[in-house]
Design a binder for this molecule. Structure first.
Ligand code: K1U
Ligand code: ZN
Length: 172
């Protein structure tokens, strides 16, 4: 397993659409393991492959809290198959947009279809933080960031803050 570098905005790869995975093989399993290790180290509750510069439809997540047993999820070619009409608002963050948070409104519940690391198909229903995280991570696979749901003014302010933060980190 290996830790990967996480891309930060405005890296153009974060705005691109990812390709479907044709075969779930050892290369994909190794990539999913690297993504989980990178997500736990960050730390984060989700990570999508484009965030490490890999343009494939792969996501990892773990929304369990510190007191619970870890519940890692490895998703290949995930798709939302239904979403509720009722919505919820959650303050979202993103490992590619460090130290910035904003309220985002999304469907409160979703149905998800995906392949696991052995190529087996699953369908699950999710609500709460898991539903929010699924939607945030699947958006990454289509080049959509949580800041795309904000006004252009807020989005540009966040971009400027991140660029300033990155400059400070480089010169330290
Ligand atoms: O996609 C990402 O960049 C990961 C992101 C996922 C996410 C967070 C909040 C709402 C929706 C999706 C993060 O993990 S940001 C970090 C974070 O939320 C967190 C970090 C440590 C402990 C608990 C949460
Ligand atoms: Zn994100």
């Amino acid at each position: 397993m290996a830790l990967r570098d996480i891309l930060i905005i405005p890296d153009p790869r974060l705005k691109q659409e990812c390709e479907e995975v044709a075969e779930v093989n050892d290369e994909i399993r190794e990539l999913l393991d690297d993504m989980l290790e990178t997500m736990y180290a960050a730390p984060g509750i989700g990570l999508a492959a484009p965030q490490i510069g890999v343009m494939k439809r792969l996501v990892v997540m773990d929304v369990s809290d510190d007191k619970e047993k870890p519940q890692p999820l490895k998703l290949v070619n995930p798709e939302i198959i239904w979403e509720s009409e009722d919505t919820s608002v959650y303050q979202e963050g993103c490992l590619s947009i460090p130290e910035q948070y904003a309220d985002v409104e999304r469907p409160a519940e979703v149905g998800l279809r995906y392949l696991d690391e052995n190529g087996k198909e699953h369908e699950i229903e999710a609500d709460g933080l898991l539903a929010t995280c699924i939607q945030h991570e699947l958006d990454h696979l289509d080049g959509i960031l949580f800041t795309d749901y904000l006004s252009a003014l807020k989005r540009n302010m966040i971009l400027k803050k991140v660029q300033k933060l990155q400059k400070t980190k480089k010169s330290a």
